[in-house]
Design a protein around this ligand. Structure first.
Ligand code: SAH
Length: 399
């Protein structure tokens, strides 16, 4: 039965309704038999199967291989749908984080919260909004109004400046969109540790919230240990390690700005960055490792930026992961631990694992997996589309 809405209609090819019926949001151009006569990119259309069965509605874009993303699998009008989806997303986080010492987390995880193209992160009294698609951008005002109504934030900061927006025909947007605050800056807590977030300078939406559980894991294992944190950003892993009693913590990042922020984050947690146990280095991790003799550390963390931003980068990315892991493993002592990560969506778990294995083999060490990445509960995954799980971490024991 066709919907009775006045939305234009997209008709799918025979059999292509199945993933949608299972809750997958993506519709590729090859699945579409008929586009509406009058249509502008970003328009919401209702979707029907080849046999005329109503499947819901989504937003569409001509000329993209990913032609559309579903917003609803029923007849609920879009304003009501957005209201309900945000409400349930927020309720889930309240369930998960009430009474904890964490006040910064992902409030909306795109498709994981049935809102493709939308990310919303909470940083204490602030919200950060990131929109990646034209279809979702059209709903921005509605979404921001709902968020203000439901969360009562002090300010909302938009951080829609991902390079992929250009392909969507969207401008780069970064700045305050609600609130009178002069400085877009907050101090948040994660598992009881404080971090200063300066949204004007920040990477991602402020912090790498997706590594929270791994930072906890590193903290738990740091007592009395010598810890080397490469690609440290503002010192997330380092603060946990130092606060949990590490004997030595070296914090290293190529950007001097973030290294200085890491020092301020030590101070915010009552840790003296000038203490001789702590080193802060603004250097290239590749160069640093190559220039070392033995690495006198019990635990090394390698959390580099995504080496593969697109499909075609995969071979070079794999080389990069092999090289950085080889350079570290070769120098690490027998009986030490390596936490190695990849946030490249295009390099899958199997490829990453194989690549690190090759690095260990070349370095002449045995590497065993002690732990794998643990996702925080603020990053739910849609079971019908779980390939969105881009982040992988392996905790390895080397001998
Ligand atoms: N582990 C961090 C997030 C790391 S993000 C956390 O938990 O918060 C990756 C970081 O790698 C960025 O801060 C970036 O500045 C840094 N980086 C990029 N290339 C680098 C290089 N060649 N050497 C050292 N750091 C680098």
């Amino acid at each position: 039965v066709r919907g009775d809405s006045r939305l234009p209609t997209i008709v799918l090819n025979e059999g292509r309704e199945r993933p949608i019926e299972q809750g997958n949001h993506w519709i590729f151009s090859g699945a579409i038999a008929e586009w509406p006569e009058r249509f502008v990119n970003g328009d919401i259309c209702e979707v029907v199967s080849a046999r005329g069965k109503y499947l819901g509605y989504g937003y569409f874009r001509h000329g993209n291989s990913l032609a559309g993303q579903m917003l609803s699998f029923d007849h609920t009008p879009v304003e009501q749908k957005i209201h309900e989806l945000l409400l349930t997303a927020i309720e889930l986080r309240e369930l998960e984080f009430a009474g904890t010492q964490t006040d910064c987390y992902r409030l909306v995880n795109g498709i994981g919260d049935s809102l493709p193209g939308l990310t919303v992160d909470k940083y204490a009294e602030a919200l950060v909004v990131q929109i990646s698609t034209q279809g979702m951008d059209r709903l921005k005002e509605l979404i921001v109004d709902e968020l203000i109504e439901q969360c009562r934030p002090k300010f909302v900061y938009e951080m829609s400046d991902m390079p992929t927006r250009k392909q969507e025909g969207l401008p780069q947007v970064r700045g305050m969109i609600y609130g009178k605050q002069k400085e877009a800056k907050v101090t948040v807590q994660e598992n009881g540790y404080k971090f200063i977030v300066d949204f004007e300078k920040a990477h991602k939406t402020g912090l790498y919230l997706d590594q929270r559980e791994m930072r906890r894991l590193v903290g738990e294992r740091s007592q009395g240990k010598r810890v080397l944190n490469c690609f440290a950003y503002t010192g997330g892993f380092s603060v946990y390690a130092a606060a949990m009693g590490a004997a030595q913590v070296t914090t290293l990042d190529i950007s001097s700005e973030v290294v200085e922020q890491a020092e301020r984050n030590f101070s915010a947690n009552g840790l003296d960055p000038k203490d001789e146990k702590y080193d802060f280095l603004a250097v290239d991790a590749f160069k640093f490792l190559r220039e070392q003799g033995d690495l006198d550390y019990d635990l090394v963390i390698l959390d580099p930026p995504a080496f593969a931003k697109q499909q075609k980068d995969i071979p070079n990315a794999v080389k990069g992961y092999r090289e950085i892991n080889y350079q570290a493993i070769k120098r690490m002592p027998v009986g030490s631990y390596l936490l190695t990560c990849s946030c490249s969506y295009h390099v899958d778990q199997e490829t990453f694992q194989k690549t690190v294995g090759q690095a260990a083999q070349k370095a002449g060490k045995r590497a065993r997996i002690i732990h794998r990445h643990r996702m925080g509960s603020d990053h739910p995954l849609n079971l019908a589309q779980a390939e969105n799980d881009y982040l992988k971490s392996l905790l390895l024991y080397l001998d």
